[in-house]
Structure formats: C-alpha cells, structure tokens
Design a protein around this ligand. Structure first.
Ligand code: NAP
Length: 452
C-alpha cells in the first residue's frame, strides 16, 4: 500500500491523500466485479437506460461540485470543467437512448433459414485513463461499456484519484448496482497484474505512446483485446480564402482550450504564405488578450498545467526550438506549473515543437505555398489523430480528405469529439474507436448465429 497525494497545481496545496489498494483488495474487487457481471448482463436495455439517465441527471444536478474538484486537481479553468461535466451527461444520455439500436441483432441473408449477428457483452473491462479530461475520458468509455452489459474498472491517472472516486460516486448515486463501476486506486506498476487477472477481458487506454505499448504488450501476451487512444499532433491548415475572423477564433480554441492539454488540440498551424503576416499579427493580439490566472475564477481561460514537471517539459521543447531558429512571437515564460500562452513562428519540420507533441499552450506556425505542401507537412507526423482545414471552398477541401493520414478530417471546425461520431486515430495515435455505434461495438462478442 502506498500514499498518493492530489496536489492543486495552481497553489501547490495538498487536496487529499489516498491509500492505494493492496493486491489482495484488487483481487477481491475484481472477483466481485465478475460476479456482478453475471447479473448485470441479464438486465434489459430499458433498465440500464433508466440508470444511465439517472447518472446524467446526477452529473447535471451537481456539475459545480464535480467541476470544482476537477479544477483543483488539474488547474483547469472552472467554466471549462463545468462544460466537461455537462458533456459527460450528454454521452450518458446518448447511449441511454441509442445503445439498444446500436446492439440490435443484425440480420444477414445467407443460405440459412435465418442468420444474424448478436452482440453480447464481454465482462469486466479495464480502463486506464489520463488526467487531462479526468471525467470525459472515463465517461466516454463507461457509458457505452455499461450500456452494452459490461462492467467497468478504472485505473485513473495518479494525480486525479479524487475525480476517480467522484466518478464511482456518480454511478452509485444514480443507483447502479455495486461493482458495476469501480475505481481502483493503484499506481501504474499494478496494471500488468490487473490485466493478467482472468476476470479482466479487455483493456482500453487513453494516454501516451509508451503507456499504450506497455499495456498492449501485456494484453497481447494474455490474448485480450485493447483499444488505444494515444497522442496527437494535429495540424490546422489555413488557406488564403478562409473566413479570417472565424478561423482565428476557432484556431485559438483548438489550441488553447484546456490550457492546451488535449490530444486533439491543433498544435501545428500551417498558414498560407499569402495571408501569413496579417493572420499572425491578429492571432498574436488575440492570444495576448486571453484571460489567465486563478482556475477557480469564472473568467479564466488559461489555467496552469496539471503538474509542474509537465510545464518544465514544455519549456524545454520551446527553448530548444528557439535555439534551432524558431521566432518567439509571444509568451515563452514559465512560473512553476503556469506556462504563458505561446506562439512560435518560422517553425521547421525538424524542430521539437513540430516533431513532438506539445502538451500545453504552445502553437507552432509554419507557412506553405501550395495545398500539396500543406498536406505533406500535415502528414509529416508520427501521429494520425485529426486535421482541420479552413477554406471557403469546401468542395475542393472535401476532395483532399482521402490524402490525409488521420482518424478525422474537419473542415472549417476544430477536431472535437461528439457522442454521435466515431473518435480515434491511426499511426502512433493508436487504434480502435470510441463513441457512436463504432465505440460501443469495440467491447462486445459479435456472435454469429446460423439456423438451417
Ligand atoms: P500517461 O502518462 O500515458 O498516463 C495515462 C494513464 O496511463 C495514467 O493512468 C497512467 O498512470 C497510466 N500509465 C502510464 N504508464 C503506464 C504503464 N507503463 N503501464 C500502465 N499504465 C501506465 O499519459 P498522461 O501524461 O496522463 O496523458 C497525456 C497523454 O495522453 C498525451 O500523450 C495525450 O495526447 C494522450 N491523450 C490521448 C487522448 C486520445 O483520445 N487520443 C486523449 C487524451 C490524452 P499514472 O498516472 O499512475 O502514471
């Protein structure tokens, strides 16, 4: 057993100390989760829907309370934390309404009298989740998993154990039976043993590449399915015929919301040379005007990073890129876990802010002369989560869609998740999909039934 502290990154104050679960406690919880599965899988979609709607109501009814802890645990501006909790309610409602349709038997005409696919739950699914959207990342897994008849166990990031327990509380208060959803308070070293436990049938991880590789290796050795949602280095491609004012606002939101700590953030701005000077000078003005400060204040847009070491890492990427020739347009300074909103121009494809994922409020700017060059720059990344293109000529833009090595292409919009649309990446951004009908079908047995 170890002690894990939740620390408020804005003021360094300790929020709470948690005792981790012992290996015996984990085995006991997993056994109870497995027994629960045998009951839960027999419940109707109607009964599950009622509970999921109750979870949505619990979230909406107490959004300030849940958001307050999110904000304190990761330094997230309170208004954005409230929006995160509301989005979790939305995903609960979405699956409460749609799960039965998504998982209805699928009839397929063959030589048989009747043949079809039936979708059945797998059992206990382990979710290993990151801190950056401590509620949303978990709910987008939990809502479909529970509606499909699976059981969820969560290993949350070690700096957000308070949020992990709050999520368990949401399901308890909504009336879900015990052990439908449990938070295991464990460090990453325990994950291997949890995956190896025969009760666990599959694993989903959202987080960094090394964490994904490690989890997938253990799961592979044990022939258990994985879904991996890993890093991203999305490009924002801005063409000279864009609606400049709207594009500026969208690009700022794409890069700076959640203080830049988002896998789908637009991290690399690729700017048409013809409008580069005008666009960049407006962008710098607007970014300088972003409200920063106390995350608890409703006006704050830029909070602190979730931990000081993350801010130090970001600073190193920025400083190295400047040494390699990038121009600092604004920002660049760090104070403990706070990092100023930063724009670097003249970025080339060998600099850290272009090659690596920057997990904080730093936007790199590179210019291009042709759409071919822009597509090539966008694809010059080991990640493949998503890309945004800004242009008034949406007919032309739609023709470029299949040239991008990405899980998503958004035209005139930032890449964002939506319960109705599949979400996920290719290349080192991972594999599998969350959300929509695609997401709920990741952790089910697609049983073929043939009747002669
Ligand atoms: P992280 O260090 O990979 O941690 C994510 C989770 O994995 C945490 O619960 C962590 O536990 C655990 N973990 C870390 N190493 C592990 C290992 N070797 N074995 C088992 N579990 C391990 O990532 P992070 O820094 O929290 O989050 C940022 C990363 O997540 C970024 O790369 C970001 O792009 C990515 N992300 C991706 C998406 C997406 O949907 N594609 C969404 C959000 C974030 P501990 O906290 O105990 O270390």
């Amino acid at each position: 057993m170890a002690e894990i502290k939740s620390i408020n990154p804005y003021n360094g104050n300790e929020i709470e100390t948690f005792q981790t679960h012992t290996p015996d406690e984990i085995r006991r919880i997993l056994t109870k989760a497995d027994s629960r599965f045998r009951q839960w899988r027999k419940t109707s979609f109607e009964d599950r829907s009622k509970l999921m709607i109750a979870a949505a109501n619990e979230l909406r009814g107490n959004k300030e309370e849940y958001a307050s802890l999110i904000s304190r645990e990761i330094g997230k501006p309170i208004s954005q934390a409230i929006a995160e909790v509301e989005k979790c309610a939305w995903v609960c409602e979405y699956y409460a309404v749609n799960a039965a349709n998504h998982l209805a038997d699928e009839s397929i005409a063959t030589d048989a009298r009747k043949s079809y696919v039936s979708y059945e739950p797998l059992g206990v699914i382990l979710a290993v989740m990151p801190w950056n959207y401590p509620f949303w990342q978990v709910f987008r897994f939990a809502a479909p998993a529970l509606m499909a008849g699976n059981i969820g166990v969560l290993k949350h990031a070690s700096n957000v154990f308070g949020s992990a327990l709050n999520i368990e509380r949401v399901f308890t208060r909504a009336g879900f039976p015990e052990y439908c959803f449990t938070s295991l308070l464990v460090e990453k070293e325990m994950v291997k043993a949890i995956i190896e436990n025969p009760v666990v049938k599959a694993v989903t991880l959202t987080g960094s590449g090394p964490a994904g590789a490690s989890v997938a290796m253990t799961a592979g050795e044990n022939i258990k399915k994985t879904v991996l949602e890993l890093g991203g280095n999305n490009a924002l491609i801005v063409l000279k015929d864009c609606d400049m004012e709207a594009t500026l606002e969208t690009c700022i939101q794409a890069r700076f919301q959640n203080t830049g700590q988002s896998c789908i953030a637009g991290k690399r701005l690729l700017l048409d040379e013809a409008i580069a000077d005008e666009f960049l000078s407006s962008l710098v003005k607007k970014v300088k005007a972003l409200h920063n400060g106390d995350p608890a204040h409703p006006e704050t847009y830029i909070g602190t990073l979730a931990r000081e070491d993350l801010a130090e890492e970001l600073e190193a990427q920025v400083l190295k890129s400047i040494r390699m020739g990038a121009k600092l347009e604004t920002g660049g300074k760090r104070n403990a876990a706070y990092f100023e909103p930063t724009i670097l121009s003249g970025v080339t494809s060998d600099m850290p802010v272009f090659v690596e994922e920057t997990f904080g409020p730093v936007l790199s700017v590179t210019t291009f002369r042709s759409i071919d060059e822009a597509i090539d720059l966008s694809n010059r990344s080991k990640f493949g989560l998503g890309v945004s293109i800004f242009t008034r000529d949406v007919t032309a833009a739609e023709k470029w869609v299949n040239r991008f090595e990405e899980g998503a292409v958004f035209i005139n919009e930032l890449v964002k998740s939506d319960p109705r649309l599949p979400f996920g990446g290719i290349k080192e951004s991972g594999y599998g999909r969350e959300l929509s009908e695609h997401g709920i079908k990741e952790f089910v047995n697609r049983k073929t039934v043939y009747i002669k």
